[in-house]
Every structure is written in C-alpha cells, then in structure tokens.
Design a protein around this ligand. Structure first.
Ligand SMILES: [Zn+2]
Length: 249
C-alpha cells in the first residue's frame, strides 16, 4: 500500500512505519463530545490518517465555547457541532471518512453505534454522561480513553473493559466531578489533554507503546507538572465488579 506524502513523517518512525500507518487507515475511532477535548482530538486523528472517525454530539456552538473549541468561529453560533467538525476535517483531510451522530448519548441506538468502532474517546463535560458512556463501553467491550479538565488541571486514563479499572472504580472524589461551566477552564488545558487522548487512540490502533491502563495522568498547568497516579480495579465496582461482569457474560 502506498501512502500519500502527508504521512511521510510518520511512516519513517522506527517501530511505527508502514504497518502503523496501515493500522491507522483501518482504524475506527468514535469521539463522544466535541468540546475543548473533542476538537483537538478530532483534528489530530484526522491529521494522522485514522481511516474512520465518528463524531457524536447533540449540541450547537455557543460563544462561550470559543476560548478552547478551536475548530469553531464566531459565525458558527447556533450551528450543530458534529456537522461543522465533519465539514472542516473533510476539507483538512479528504482521504478519511467522517461519520456524524448528532444525538444524545442516552439514545437507544448508541450501543449499536459503538459496535462500529475500535475505540471510544470520552471527551464529555459532566460526570453522569461519562458514567453512562463508561457503562456502554463495558457492555460493548470497547476500550475508552477518558479525558477531563477543570481550570488549570487535566486528567487522562485508558480503560480496557475488565482488564483494568473502569471510570466508576475510581470516580468518587475525582476532579472531573466538578462543573466546568461554573469553575471555568483555561483554553489550552483541554488542548493538552485532547491531544494526549488522540495519542492513546493511535497507540491502541497501531499496537505500539504502553496504554495508560490503571494509570491516571494528572496535569497541573499552574505548576507545569505531569504526575501519574496508580488506579486499581475495584472488585465491588457496580459497573465492572465481579457480579456485574458475570451478568454481562
Ligand atoms: Zn469499575
């Protein structure tokens, strides 16, 4: 398979190469949430040549999105995010397929949509939706890359269902339970985390490196530090614990 020169800087990477690029072309990534995390994640996944990108978001652009949702412009106010991102990224990389799902996560068709993808990015902005997505990913056995941000801080982890902790195993007390609309978020902070989510998805598709499973990356933008906190699977977890796992078998 020949690749266009837009991927030449990746194909030459030792340990990635043509095999890695082919894996990305075959790859299918679903991004849930097209806010501050979903924007940069979608842009970089399109840039690297992920063959199929799914975009799920029911919302429209509002002026308060613009400090961090860098694919949108002031005259996009009131327009559907999923369609706008699809339109912009298909012009940015015409070689890939971009599918849109302008719908609520809670819709009955969501599990069926997830089936079409290899990996899911949690780019949501509230805890109830994140826990719903976590549950759907567990039921469909789909890996999920979680990203969350608040003020100057961000966090990230990768969840491989039943092989490591799920979001519910360690969610109590976690910073992503905060409300971004009230507490605020500095524009580039979700940029940092969204790009790291894209890297996790790329690693999974190309089967390179070590996934952030059982490890929570914590970014402190004020102090300029990245820390890694070990997270463990909770055997009594109501989402992925032993009993729940047997129910899903
Ligand atoms: Zn769990």
């Amino acid at each position: 398979m020949e690749f266009s020169s837009r991927y030449s800087r990746q194909v030459v990477i030792d340990g990635f190469g043509v095999a890695g690029q082919k894996a990305l072309k075959r790859g299918r990534v679903l991004i849930v949430g097209l806010g501050g995390l979903g924007n940069p994640a979608a842009q970089y996944l399109a840039a690297v040549g992920v063959g199929t990108i799914g975009l799920m978001d029911k919302d429209v652009v509002s002026p308060s999105n613009l400090n961090r949702q860098v694919l949108f412009r002031p005259d996009d106010t009131g327009l559907a995010k999923a369609k706008l991102v699809q339109e912009r990224l298909s012009r940015f990389n015409p070689e890939i397929k971009i599918l849109t799902f302008q719908q609520d996560l809670q819709k009955e068709s969501t599990p069926e949509i997830l089936k079409q993808f290899d990996i899911v990015l949690d780019c949501l902005d509230n805890l109830p939706d994140r826990l719903s997505l976590n549950q759907i990913c567990l039921s469909q056995r789909k890996p999920m890359v979680h990203g969350g941000v608040i003020t100057f801080y961000g966090q990230l982890t990768t969840i491989i269902p039943f092989a490591g902790p799920c979001l519910r195993c360690f969610s109590p007390g976690s910073m992503f339970a905060c409300d971004c609309a009230r507490a605020g978020v500095l524009g580039p902070v979700p940029g940092v985390i969204g790009v790291l989510q894209a890297i996790e998805a790329i690693k999974y598709l190309a089967n390179v490196g070590r996934a952030m499973v059982g490890r929570l990356l914590v970014f402190d933008g004020l102090n300029g530090t990245f820390d890694e906190v070990p997270v463990k699977r909770d055997p009594g977890c109501p989402a992925c614990g032993r009993q729940r796992h047997e129910d899903l078998e």
